[in-house]
Write a protein that binds this ligand. Structure first.
Ligand SMILES: NC(=O)C1=CN([C@@H]2O[C@H](COP(=O)(O)OP(=O)(O)OC[C@H]3O[C@@H](n4cnc5c(N)ncnc54)[C@H](O)[C@@H]3O)[C@@H](O)[C@H]2O)C=CC1
Ligand SMILES: O=C(O)C(=O)COP(=O)(O)O
Length: 418
């Protein structure tokens, strides 16, 4: 496939993958003709700015912040892959304004997070971490005090999306009673019961687990008041995002004994990679499990994410397919064996389709296939012709005031170039 990104000089197409993304992603991108550079950890904003000038594909995980400044420093960037679920680390409006398509892996690590949450719920309910620490210190503390079965205990899930609802199923299979609270209307799975408010949930359950997404409004969702509302002796888990929880308030409620334990996988400030020190006010507390943001870190999930997201990136680059894109309308037009495909990202204003089609018609070009979709302020059009798109037509299209990005790909086999 030949990618004719307009306004870009010819040269090798480069991909930069950060945060130890699975080698399957490298193989997929190399197979599509990319030179792939990888980094084990995340990069700071300034480090990233130095690295993205000639990059057309950027791959990150949850730690790398892709800010407006980073996007401005990446004039060739066409597509951005979040090799994880969350996309709160990306300035999505800035990416969309520049016509950069963003993809993620919305359910490849869902089960991994659920299994870690289940493991932690049992470990905390049986005080396993403390018993284990004592045994390693030579202390034989055989006692049932404060240890419980999870069967029959009430689990409160905050955020009943993909992870929350999957956790609900597995927890019920172990005999737990599930209550949940979500700001959106949700189908209650199995025997789970929705709560009308967060406070109602907090006052009703033995274990609270957070699975909300990382939207800015969720910053400090959980603080002094929410912990105070939880029942004495209850357990708290957060495997969503660190900034959702006030860790000082959590510490106070653990030290006072109001909470019997906690498991925390995500932190307001996380190290960029291995070797950087980890600081937290929660270090050293009894019956508190701290994990280094590993909810999605299983070999199964990482391999699945690597192939899934890289496949989305390559299909966008070679065919313009945006199915499951986070920011562009989801479009897919079956690709003929040969021909030239126009990929047109534009502002969603009235009359775009008419203007584009009359421009195409004025060049006497016959369109074989065409599809348009919109999502909020953004529109995306794919159009196929059997021979090359005239340069003059593409120049006039690029000059329209509603145009964000124009790209042409040649359909069929062959190495990618610029
Ligand atoms: N610890 C880890 O390694 C991982 C963490 N995550 C985090 O888990 C989050 C959730 O993942 P999914 O379930 O796949 O997302 P999802 O988008 O399917 O579900 C999130 C749910 O939270 C709800 N929600 C948002 N704000 C809320 C609030 N204030 N109160 C109640 N409900 C609220 C939404 O309506 C939605 O139903 C991700 O966005 C990511 O931040 C995801 C994977 C791995
Ligand atoms: O999938 C997510 O949103 C996660 O938080 C997992 O992040 P990670 O890929 O482990 O940096």
């Amino acid at each position: 496939m030949t990618d004719g990104d307009r306004g870009h000089e010819a040269g090798p197409r480069r991909a930069l993958l950060l945060e130890n993304i699975h080698p399957d992603a490298v193989a997929v991108l190399e197979g599509a003709g990319f030179e792939v550079e990888t980094e084990r950890g995340a990069l700071s904003e300034d480090q990233l700015i130095e690295r993205v000038a000639d990059v057309s594909v950027l791959g990150i995980r949850s730690r790398t912040q892709v800010t407006r400044r980073v996007l401005e420093a990446a004039p060739r960037l066409t597509v951005l892959g979040a090799f994880c679920i969350g996309t709160n680390q990306i300035d999505l409006p800035a990416a969309t304004e520049r016509g950069v398509a963003v993809f993620n892996a919305p359910f490849s690590n869902t089960r991994s997070v659920v299994e870690l949450a289940i493991c932690e719920i049992i470990a905390l309910t049986r005080q396993l971490t403390d018993k284990n620490a004592k045994m390693h210190a030579g202390v034989w503390d055989k006692s049932a005090t404060g240890a419980h079965e999870v069967r029959g205990r009430r689990l409160g899930i905050v955020g009943y999306g993909n992870i929350g609802s999957q956790l609900s199923v597995v927890a019920e299979a172990m005999g737990m009673q599930v209550l949940f609270y979500d700001t959106a209307e949700k189908l209650a799975i199995g025997n789970a019961r929705p709560c009308g408010s967060l406070h109602e949930l907090l006052e009703s359950v033995d274990i609270v687990t957070l699975h909300v997404d990382g939207r800015p409004a969720n910053r400090q969702l959980f603080g002094e008041e929410e912990f105070a509302r939880m029942r004495p002796g209850s357990i708290f888990l957060n495997l969503s995002r660190g900034f959702v929880v006030d860790h000082e308030a959590l510490r106070r409620h653990l030290v006072s004994g109001h909470l019997a334990g906690a498991a925390i996988d995500v932190f307001p400030k996380e190290p960029a990679g291995p070797g950087e020190p980890f600081e937290s006010e929660l270090r050293g507390l009894p019956n508190v499990i701290l994990t280094p943001h590993i909810g999605g870190s299983t070999e199964e999930a990482q391999q699945d994410i690597g192939g899934f997201v890289a496949g989305k990136l390559v299909r966008y680059l070679t065919e313009g397919t945006t199915t499951l894109s986070v920011n562009l309308p989801g479009l897919s037009l079956p690709a003929p064996d040969s021909g030239c495909r126009l990929l047109y990202v534009h502002r969603n204003v009235p009359g775009v389709l008419g203007r584009v089609n009359s421009l195409i018609g004025s060049f006497g070009v016959n369109v074989d296939g065409e599809v348009l979709g919109t999502k909020g302020d953004i529109g995306y059009l794919i159009a196929d012709i059997s021979c090359g798109w005239p340069d003059e037509l593409l120049d006039q299209l690029a000059d329209l005031d509603c145009t964000i990005a124009v790209r042409v790909v040649t359909l069929g086999s062959g190495p990618a170039d610029s």
